[in-house]
Write a protein that binds this ligand. Sequence first.
Ligand SMILES: Nc1nc2c(c(=O)[nH]1)N[C@H]1C(S)=C(S)[C@@H](COP(=O)(O)O)O[C@H]1N2
Ligand SMILES: [Mo]
Length: 486
Amino acid sequence: MSVNGQMPVGRNKRLLGAAAVGLGALGAGELVAAARGGSLLDGIGRLAADYAPIPVVEEMVARSGRYDKEMTRLGVALGAVTAAAGMPLLPNRLRTPAAVAFGAATAAVSLRGANRSLAGALGGVAAAAVLRSGLRHRPAGPAGELLWAAAGTGLLAAAETLVRRADRRYRERVRRIDLLGAHAPVPEDGLGAEPGLSPLITKAGRFYVADVNSRPPRIDPAQWRLSIGGQVAHRLRLSLADLADQAVEFDAVMVCVHNTAGAHRCGNARWFGVPLTALLDHAVPESGATRLVTRAVDGYTISLPLAPLRTGEWPGYLVIGMNGEPLAPEHGFPARVFVPGIYGQYTGVKWLTELELADDSHVDYWCKRGWPTEPLWVRPQARIDVATGDAAGSGKFTVAGVAWAPPHGVSGVEIRVDDTDWLPVELGAELAPAAWRRWRTVVDLPAGAHTIQARAIGRSGDVQDAGHRPPFPIGPGGLHTITVTA
Ligand SMILES: Nc1nc2c(c(=O)[nH]1)N[C@H]1C(S)=C(S)[C@@H](COP(=O)(O)O)O[C@H]1N2
Ligand SMILES: [Mo]
């Protein structure tokens, strides 16, 4: 690449100037998109989620914890600014075509798939226009660069504020919908309140969120209908009110397949939903139907084998409420499918639009990328939430946590100090077999550092897998292990 004999310092300056212009252009584009309810960053983030190779996805999930969405947006923004910084390296005659190509590409990204957004496309065009003209009149000196960068940051912040405000309004509107009438109070489990121990029921705001989008889609409940179609004798179209009439409450833990030992990608809730057996009976599947495909507004699909759902052997639900309220937007408002005991990635979609009865030819979102086609069942797992020594420093430690083995339930939890014998602990009362169960014990520890491990035992005799195993491709294995000093 020719730099026309300029000193490298001059080139670095030009790259820095272009990066500043890039940030300005990104801010302008994002604000244009946000003003119309869309986002450039979110569209590109979804593209990344859809096409990133599995090792990259796994690494990202493992490293980002609960901030995966923020990390994705940041990564996309950094990528865009870096791309802009490289523009001065292009020969002059290619710069306009490159900016046009950039605009066309972001517009195309925003217009693709089920999440398509005209707003994002307009943002892409605006960003490209600002980029091109900004590069023509490149910022003169550090003051100009600073101005561009500050403008870009300010515009990005303004866009974020707009989107958050709209999200908040939508959330309030959703919360006000009265689906359940009276909600039964959640019983106690006899373990009381131990500081640091997870509550029996996870509040929506504390419940993990996992999906391929940057933000939850907004769906108008008045317009929304669930359609049941495909290979059925009776097609059905049901409103939220129709579904609420048939719904019942049930308690269950939901676990992400990425929930490695000790992680918080799981939560226990009192759900409100319609048994799938009832819906399937109404629709009457045809004899060729072998799978229930759950389709969502974000273009994501999860399919489940039909036979065990029809008989109720796998007790699945079409869920419309959580902890006495409609589903929160990030948890799938207005409806989702949930079969307790199956990992979140296999249990049914959030933001459900359609239940389609189909044959085995359908391939799901993650299965196209190498995950197994058949549902993966949650393995028994125990998490240690608390290990606190008494105030006197006597070496007595209270160790407590939660454990699950859905759908049949936890029959025991054991802990082990420094690789000695496994010792049973006290269990809280069981809310439901599919729910998580709290546990607690007191151990005497001699002075020094110790490791404590916990394991769950399922009612079917299944013991938690001790060997470490990463989530891909059959779900994680391994024990939660902590160190304490007495
Ligand atoms: N439409 C849709 N549904 C989805 C997903 C998604 O990306 N899109 N992710 C699944 C995964 S991987 C999990 S673990 C659960 C998480 O549900 P939560 O965010 O309510 O905890 O939703 C599932 N349903
Ligand atoms: Mo997940």
